[in-house]
Design a protein around this ligand. Sequence first.
Ligand code: DX5
Ligand code: ZN
Length: 225
Amino acid sequence: MNRKFKLAPSILSADFARLGEQIEAVKSAGAEYLHVDVMDGMFVPNISLGPPVIRSIRKTTDVILDTHLMIVKPERYIRTFAEAGADIITVHVEAVDPGSVGSLITAIKKFKKKAGLTIKPGTSVDAVLPYIELLDLVLIMSVEPGFGGQDLIPHTLKKVEDLARCVDSRGLSTDIEIDGGICLQTVRDALNAGANVLVAGSAIFDTPSPSEAVKEFIDIAKKFF
Ligand code: DX5
Ligand code: ZN
């Protein structure tokens, strides 16, 4: 396996009034990515944050900004998110015209950003495989996108396994990220399935100490990598 472990705290569950302080806490505790959920109220039935917030975060930290776009027609906003300071830009395959997925990945890379493709729980891994050689990251949604604090949907772990097998058999180092319902009870299942980037929102920020929660996740993951 060529993949390295990274924890990606999702700021969807952070206290937005204390965002800078909370980001610094999780970064200092060892989180390498910061997961930023962008929702437009169309692709998902919720609205979160957008480019101005990313711009502000970028000014305060050099943590890797892992941007998960839950928006329709994401091709309209690649430049905006790239210029706002995203490091990884991940789009939903379901949100893109099937004939345009390849050119969208190319567009993300033209801005020297890492490109990710993500699938909802009901979408097959086959939807990303044609692009696997081009991608830096594949995100398997383990809940229906839109809200934090949901329970992991067990059948999505099988998708992580299938993807990991495919990535490893081709000798690739594509990050395999899982997002939704990751907590201290489910983290081992996600790692066993082959995920190397774990998104966790409520399990980190809805606790008395986000930094302690980060350390607990990292301690568990160390045994797998
Ligand atoms: C949901 C988002 C997730 C969310 C995960 O659509 O993509 O990143 O923050 O939240 P938890 O970890 O609480 O399930
Ligand atoms: Zn997300």
